[in-house]
Design a protein around this ligand. Structure first.
Ligand code: ADP
Ligand code: MG
Length: 240
């Protein structure tokens, strides 16, 4: 699905990602863990070119994203992204939030987009909120809407950047359950998370990022229970 070759990313003189090689296969669920500031979000954002790589290449479904001739908006339609802070449009209803992009990008007629949105709302258990505004929803509800919005574009891959970090504890499960269901259905996903239990349960593979490098890349069992790297071990001793 996506292959990252020798990716580096600097902000000014600061090298944030260092020679990252990573492949995510179709249907694979990758959890990205590691300390704060290690470059996890930057890595995820490079995958849909929200950040432009300083060096290296990213190949998504056979297309090189760093090729200046490609239409990145077309590629982005195929990569759904969900952020920590939901990023819903505050002055639009739930239904409008979900239908906006598919209609604007001529992917669907208004009727089709609304039908699709209603189906997705039902799936995330929020059909009754379709005419509500984001401010009327809880954090967990907002995040489920954000996931429905991303799915409305029928992406081939989903990127989640700490989707539950801004939520009150009692709302974490309802969001993780939606993500789990997507996993069961075979969606390809990369998830930055601090929910180690969730990562253990859902991920096919875990990478541990430290100071801009992938220092562990293995099954959840091996990474969590028997990390090869001292930094990773130290981190898990604190959080597990
Ligand atoms: P993580 O998600 O693992 O916490 P990030 O990828 O957000 O880490 O950030 C890694 C480092 O890159 C941090 O030191 C952060 O301050 C820096 N950084 C991220 N985005 C920018 C930016 N747009 N400009 C400058 N520095 C940035
Ligand atoms: Mg981050």
């Amino acid at each position: 699905m996506i292959t990252i070759n020798n990716l580096s990313k600097s902000f000014g003189k600061l090298e944030i990602l260092k020679n990252i090689d990573l492949e995510i296969k179709k249907g694979e669920i990758l959890a990205i863990v590691g300390p704060s500031g290690s470059g996890k979000s930057t890595l995820l954002r490079c995958m849909n070119l929200l950040e432009e790589p300083t060096n290296g290449d990213i190949i998504f479904e056979g297309i090189s994203l760093t090729d200046k001739k490609i239409k990145i908006d077309k590629v982005r339609e195929k990569i759904g992204m969900v952020f920590q802070n939901f990023n819903l449009f505050p002055h639009k209803t739930v239904l409008e939030n979900i239908t906006l992009a598919p209609i604007k990008l001529n992917k669907m007629t208004k009727e089709m987009a609304e039908k699709k949105a209603e189906y997705l709302l039902q799936r995330v258990g929020l059909l009754d909120k379709k005419n509500s505004y984001p401010s009327q929803l809880s954090g967990g509800q907002k995040q489920r809407i954000a996931i429905a919005r991303a799915l409305a574009m029928e992406p081939d891959m989903m990127l989640f950047d700490e989707p539950t970090s801004a939520l009150d504890p009692e709302m974490v499960k309802e969001v993780l359950d939606v993500i789990k269901e997507l996993a069961i259905e075979g969606m390809t996903m990369a998830i930055v998370t601090h929910e180690m239990g969730f990562a253990k349960e859902v991920a096919d593979r875990v990478i541990f990022v430290d100071e801009g490098k992938i220092i562990e890349d293995d099954s959840p069992e091996n990474v969590f229970n028997a990390p090869k790297n001292g930094r990773a071990k130290e981190f898990f001793d604190k959080v597990l």
